[in-house]
Design a protein around this ligand. Structure first.
Ligand SMILES: [Ca+2]
Ligand SMILES: [Ca+2]
Length: 200
């Protein structure tokens, strides 16, 4: 899914990050760490849903039933989270939340991403939990790194990190199916730290 209006989100995000001291050009001598957190209490916080189901591109396309919606049925932090549903009976698929950030820095940025995912612990087969940090809009499940498995009842924290060049950086997190089951996961409290090395 191509996002509509993605570019209009960037100025607001840049402003938000700038407000958190990502003005590295004015701080040439010191390393800098910028925190980021989104708990979905007021809305999506600029995140958007996306998915990849390879069978949709078969000569006889399949339809994979999936959804990600903001929901107040369960939360790790606050009241709201993103509730994600995927029907693994329809074929292999990955679903995720993604956002692009325009990061201002004078050198590589090390991003550490952490998010929380809730499982009911009743699945018969563990499914991979996945994440992405990179320069491209993630459109394929193959772009993602497996950062763990679901299956533990309750909320579990998952971590992914990468070093990227300044500019447009996409961050995404979610999971993919690995068996013919329906599954619901709540996802909440996405946190990042953005670290830059000292600039001479
Ligand atoms: Ca929340
Ligand atoms: Ca995408």
């Amino acid at each position: 899914m191509r996002r509509q209006g993605a570019t209009c989100l960037v100025p607001r995000l840049v402003a938000g990050l700038l407000g958190m001291a990502m003005v590295l050009s004015a701080m040439p001598a010191a390393a800098d760490t910028t925190p980021y957190a989104e708990s979905f209490e007021e809305g999506w916080g600029g995140w958007d849903r996306d998915h990849d189901a390879p069978c949709e591109e078969d000569p006889t396309p399949c339809v994979v039933d999936w959804a990600i919606d903001r929901n107040n049925a369960a939360a790790f932090h606050g009241v709201w989270s993103l509730r994600a549903y995927l029907d693994g009976r329809d074929g292999a698929a990955a679903i995720w939340a993604e956002q692009q950030f325009d990061l201002l820095a004078m050198g590589p940025i090390h991003i550490t991403l952490q998010f929380h995912l809730r499982d009911d612990g009743e699945g018969a087969t563990a499914w991979p939990v996945v994440a992405y940090i990179g320069a491209q809009d993630p459109e394929s499940g193959d772009a993602f790194s497996v950062v763990g498995q679901d299956g533990a009842a309750g909320w579990t924290a998952y971590v992914h990190d990468a070093t990227v060049a300044p500019g447009i950086v996409w961050v995404a997190f979610g999971f993919r199916s690995a068996s013919a089951e329906e599954r619901i996961h709540d996802m909440d409290l996405v946190e990042m730290t953005l670290e830059t090395s000292s600039i001479v």
